[in-house]
Design a protein around this ligand. Structure first.
Ligand code: GDP
Ligand code: MG
Ligand code: ZN
Length: 292
């Protein structure tokens, strides 16, 4: 029995990477009875049958797991964020970041399409400056592609972000051998079609990288209202100074987060979007209760 990592999954076959070599396997017959379906990124045990088809026998514990698309054990995500086409939206970015925080995936924000942003660029860059205090931010115009080698090393990295933001384009620039399909934004949005369907991990400089289809809107179905304030690293930094334990930073007196808003240490845009997101989760809870 040996251990490896699933890097692709095609109609019941799992390709497992172990020390630079790829083994094609199938899940054992009795495996299907288990509730766990192996996914890309899973660390697994398998029988090494040399050049013959091997058997995947066990999925090891997952550190995290995304459902859409199914990928496990992700260390970090490059959040490809376009200035225009599609237009930058701070609240959408926040929702992406919340889902990553919830899954303990480290976000790296990558800004694309500065070249066609025109006069919108300045306004968007000003907003993004607020995020630089919280997360690493990479500007597509200025980064040297070699810098990605260091970012990917010894990590599992996914590319995420809105459909059309430029994920596949960036990956193709980093590794031209990939030849990932890219799409004109207009056709992508009109047909609601995802160009990237299969999720594969590819080896890149001692790391593994995956493209994902992205999305045109994002839901927060895995996030509970009660945990929302704990998914903001910029709030967590100050929460111990709030008067009340479990402070939601809304109406409580002596709230450190609200104080830091005045000191401009917390982004007012992000805070206002936090309030909007709270409302969304509150409403969802009400509807859920009514239906129960
Ligand atoms: N001008 C410009 N176009 C870009 C940039 N990045 C991607 N695109 C274009 O945006 C469209 C969508 O890109 P794609 O990589 O398919 O987006 P994905 O859905 O995130 O994978 C394609 O037509 C790309 O050529 C960029 O930085 N500048
Ligand atoms: Mg794509
Ligand atoms: Zn507070």
């Amino acid at each position: 029995m040996v251990e490896g990592k699933i890097i692709s999954s095609i109609s019941g076959f799992y390709d497992i990477l172990k020390e630079g070599k790829v083994y094609r396997t199938r899940a054992r017959g009795n495996f299907r009875n288990k509730s766990i379906k192996p996914v890309v990124g899973d660390n697994v045990e398998f029988d090494d049958n040399g050049d013959q088809l091997g058997y995947l026998t066990k999925v090891l514990d997952r550190k995290n797991f995304l459902i859409r698309p199914p990928v496990a054990n992700i260390d970090q995500a490059i959040v490809v964020t376009s200035v225009v086409e599609p237009d930058f939206s701070a609240i959408l970015l926040d929702k992406i970041l919340l889902n990553l925080e919830k899954n303990s995936i480290n976000p790296i924000i990558y800004i694309s399409k500065e070249d066609i942003a025109g006069e919108k660029l300045e306004k968007v860059v000003n907003i993004i400056k607020d995020y630089e205090n919280i997360y690493p931010v990479i500007y597509g115009e200025t980064i040297k592609l070699e810098q990605f080698h260091k970012i990917f090393k010894n990590k599992v990295t996914i590319f995420t972000g809105q459909t059309g933001s430029g994920k596949s384009t960036l990956l193709n620039r980093i590794n031209p051998d990939l030849k990932l399909e890219t799409a004109e934004i207009s056709s992508t949005l009109n047909r609601g079609k995802h160009t990237t369907r299969q999720v594969n991990l590819f080896s890149f400089n001692e790391g593994l990288v995956a493209d994902t289809p992205g999305f045109s809107s994002i839901d927060l179905r895995d996030i509970q209202l009660e945990e929302l304030q704990y998914l903001y690293p910029d709030f967590i930094k100050y929460q111990s100074e709030c008067k009340f334990r479990g402070c939601t930073h809304i109406n409580e007196p002596n709230c450190a987060v609200k104080n830091e808003l005045e000191n401009k240490n917390i982004s007012i845009i992000r805070y206002n979007d936090y309030k909007t997101i709270r409302k969304e989760l509150e409403n969802r809870k009400k509807i859920y209760k009514r239906e129960k």
